[in-house]
Design a protein around this ligand. Structure first.
Ligand SMILES: [Zn+2]
Length: 217
């Protein structure tokens, strides 16, 4: 059993925090919270917050931070969060973290631990650009975790694999740049609040998972 159950997961794209969040939530019966899911649900259900958010989405703008924070607060009051939750991908900026704190005070909850998944940039880029796809059968390969038998060729169809533009080196570098400017300042932010634990995200998920359990126990 883990002691800390109200959690924020922090880390660069490619650090693997989503995978570990999934593993943890499944085993410990925590709610896995992503703001994308919340936003889609609120809009689909036509709630007041959803209607407000939708007006930004349809005009092609970004949903303002305070609105997202309110939606997160509402989500955390749902029954499946009573046992604990993992905020995965939120907050993404210091401003969002400040707003989250205010919302948490309002709903009488507290973040108990912020887990930072640390990995060097070279490895992150390697992971982010490792995905290859087959045009014909859509099978996903990963040059690190599940490489095709013959380099660059689909196991099933024998044709050349391709890389989605989203997985290109350029996109990976852009995503990391944005992370470094907007999100990385949350590491010292939460350290100062004595909430931060660091996990070595350069290991395989089988190796980092026990490490995660240890810091939460
Ligand atoms: Zn194929």
């Amino acid at each position: 059993m883990i002691k800390n159950r109200n959690l924020v997961f922090l880390g660069a794209p490619g650090a693997g925090k989503g995978t570990l969040a999934q593993m943890l939530c499944q085993e410990m019966k925590l709610a896995h919270i992503s703001t994308g899911d919340i936003l889609r649900n609120e809009i689909k259900n036509g709630t007041d917050l959803g209607k407000k958010a939708n007006s930004y989405v349809t005009s092609g703008g970004l949903v303002p931070d305070d609105l997202v924070a309110d939606m997160v607060g509402k989500r955390l009051l749902e029954k499946d969060c009573q046992n604990g939750f993992v905020l995965d991908g939120f907050p993404r900026t210091v401003n969002q973290a400040d707003l989250l704190e205010k919302v948490l005070v309002k709903i009488g909850k507290k973040i108990e631990k912020v887990v930072y998944f640390e990995a060097n940039e070279e490895l992150l880029i390697k992971r982010l650009t490792a995905r290859l796809l087959c045009k014909k059968c859509n099978t996903n390969f990963n040059t690190i975790f599940s490489p095709p038998i013959k380099k660059g060729i689909c196991d099933k169809c024998g044709i050349e694999l391709y890389q989605r533009p989203d997985d290109s080196l350029e996109t990976a570098k852009d995503r990391l740049k944005i992370y470094n400017v907007q999100t990385a300042p949350l590491v010292p932010y939460y350290k100062k609040k004595n909430l931060l634990s660091v996990i070595n995200a350069e290991l395989s998920k089988e190796k980092s998972y026990p490490e995660l359990i240890k810091v939460l126990s």
